[in-house]
Design a protein around this ligand. Sequence first.
Ligand code: SER
Length: 331
Amino acid sequence: MAKKISRILVTGAVGQIGSELTLALRDRYGAENVVATGRKTAPSGALLETGPFYYIDVTERASLEVVVRKHDIDAIFHMAAILSAVGEKNPQMCWNVNMNGTINVLECAMAHEMATVIIPSSIAAFGPETPRFNTPQETVLKPRTMYGVTKVAGELLCDYYVRRFGVDVRGLRYPGIISAETLPGGGTTDYAVEIYYKAVEQGSYKCFVRDDTALPMMYMPDCIKATLDLAEADFSKLQHHSDFNVGAMSFTAGELAANIAKHVPGFTCAYEPDFRQKIADSWPTSIDDSAARMEWGWKPAWDLDAMTADMLTKLRARHAKGELYKGAAAE
Ligand code: SER
């Protein structure tokens, strides 16, 4: 029988997803039972105030072990990673953090016989040869970015630990994640977050991909829900483990700008593609997530209209308090 999750460690807890996931886990499992960790950026606000925090470097297994032992950890949510754009600027660092971080987490989970490990993958696992529309669960995985290479290798490594050593590892291929709390750091889908901040701050945005660039995206509440639901799913019902496609919405950069303009009169968006355009062009536009729906009941709740209204409400409130850009790009 699967073990129960009691005491959790989150890596990358100061990052875009980690910062909100940690608070959601603390609500659910008790604040003192969820240990946040990060490499460089200091935590602030609720993340700092509601529970323990440690600096660790996931590439050093010993630094992970100290916290795991101290808090008798039985589940790890491994959110620390170098994303696609930064990864192209420093491929070797991307390999080091993403691959050595992943194998250290897996080894640690095995050594401590943990209940569950969550190690996310990404739409970056796909490449230009992958079918772009309604991308199937089982398909061509030939990414062109180092980030994507580490995600495919990571999926294979995680599944290897499941089959070879019986470690309970689970993962999902996140699309671009949009949120109003912490800015993402160094991804290709970052424009879909920045555009909201700039709309609120200055009523205009210079977008680094073309207006017809369509990518799969998801609002943070759905991302948190997907992550928790997968973590708590019945292991015996899972046929896949580390590579679940999850979809929510897909839109072009132009459609996103037009959607924001409905709420921000006079909002303008200029398009000046840079090196990230090529990365975006190598990724799918929409995702077939029927395996996730069937195996653990995945169902997104947010669409573009609802997300835009909620993002703008939240960011306007933060802007009024002079808070925007405080939580940028964590490491
Ligand atoms: N948001 C990520 C990136 O753009 C994709 O997983 O790199």
